[in-house]
Design a protein around this ligand. Sequence first.
Ligand code: GRF
Length: 200
Amino acid sequence: MLNIAVFASGRGSNFRALFDSLQRESAEARIVLLISNNSNAGAMEFARSVGICSLHLSQKIFSSAAEFTAAVSNALRENNIDLIVLAGYMKMIDPEIVAAYRGRIINIHPALLPEFGGPGMYGYRVHEAVLRERKKISGATVHYVDEEFDHGNIILQERIPVLENDTPELLAERVLEVEHRILPMAVKQIADAHLHHNQG
Ligand code: GRF
């Protein structure tokens, strides 16, 4: 069984889509922990509603970055986390945690990386940039997380057309549907590999 920790800062629709998918498929994977830097996040509320342990951990409530990182590391260890899923998490993951979980942290990004990624490229800014550059296609990417924003190896991508009268809001809505499809797909691929690996 793959124990998953989700990190989310906002409403949590990717978290919810992943949860629903794992429930439906009774996959060899389960979300056992939700960490958010935002105590009002919809993701925290959803976690509570389905009985998933949710922790509000943010740099702001610790007196040093080291203490914050230690609290995150402890929560991951105590829950025997095998895979970290960043689902709309707006903070960098401390390099110490990236190193400890290398190859076991994935992120969902609302564009076709390596384009339209990196610091500051989140939310509508991504879609505004795609429209500004008159791109004909956009989409979403699931990738491994390393020490740089939106930089690690790509796991899955899915493309959609950019439409003539697209606004950032309309494009964001269609890209989000892609995200809700490919994040669960990527997690299931990883869970299957983990299962076969452990079966030897
Ligand atoms: C998604 O567009 C995701 O790609 C980006 O932030 C948004 C999170 O949305 N990282 P939600 O909180 O999963 O609804």
